[in-house]
Write a protein that binds this ligand. Sequence first.
Ligand code: SAM
Ligand code: SF4
Length: 335
Amino acid sequence: MSIASQPALIDRFGRRINYVRLSVTDRCDLRCVYCMSEDMTFVPRSQLLTLEEMARVGRVFVQLGVSKIRLTGGEPLTRRNIVRLCEELGELEGLRDLTMTTNGTQLTTYAAALKQAGLTRLNISLDTLKPERFRQLTRMGDINKTLAGIDAALEQGFERIKLNAVVLKHRNHDEVLDLVEFAFNKGLDISFIEEMPLGAISEHSRAEAYYSSDEILRDLREYYDLQPIVAHTGGPSKYYAVAGSDRRVGFISPHSHNFCGDCNRVRVTAEGRLLLCLGQEHSVDLRRILRANPLDDEPLLQALQEAMQIKPFGHEFEVTQAKEQVVRYMNMTGG
Ligand code: SAM
Ligand code: SF4
């Protein structure tokens, strides 16, 4: 059997890659303190993949057995004509899940079109319920836009909407219970994320701001009976069910519970760089391959298969290190 006829991406450690996170832009209408520096230089637009190239990358991944694509960024809803890309991806046979991570500020405009285009699920980022704190954490944001965006998404009846909150000690760790109550009152799940050391930031020391998932769990357990869900979700989140309800709380804990062993995903940056691990620099330049072979998908398909040989086992994030360990900012990679 030729390499091209094997419809699966399997890495050196036997892990099957069936999930791709596609960053559609590195730009954003917010500047979250843990994600970006205040003064960001963005990639010139000419260096970004076109939406057609992104659709092509998505199509070839699906040919290789990928069943889930998450669009992310930067803020995906700031990319012009993003709905068109969603429509193209939404039509791919074999793609079970088309999802997006968004800060929600533009969902009042886009929620209906995204649902129509075939988006199944949404993750919406919300770290605080306090307007002034929201402005500080995002450096410029208006919480009312995100809250209205959440309501607009709820009206569309997506299969699932989940809130994501990055928790920082002394900046918002005192709000974890309020965030859970807010989510549950709206009928949403919520995941808490430990901050990852991506890119140099100046607002706080990442080591000092570390608030572990175990601490959050301890805080929440004073009010909720949280039972671990054993079923494996195929991702880095560990979920807990609230006894007597169908609501869930997730934890993404790169520091305290390394999740690499089950990794099922790769990422593509907005410039078309295939990143094999969020916390490492192993990568392949897909843009060059796409542009050198505008009418032939075979070289791209082969490159994706060969890339499995350089997927590292995992990241090496360490909470005690004050400095960033990966120079890339999260907005390059898309979380
Ligand atoms: N702009 C969209 C949003 O904020 O949802 C999508 C892109 S954002 C980079 C994706 C997710 O990464 C967000 O939930 C954000 O909170 C999270 N994130 C950003 N920087 C992070 C960091 N240094 N550590 C952990 N999570 C981070
Ligand atoms: Fe923008 Fe999302 Fe990064 Fe915040 S976390 S600056 S919303 S890309």
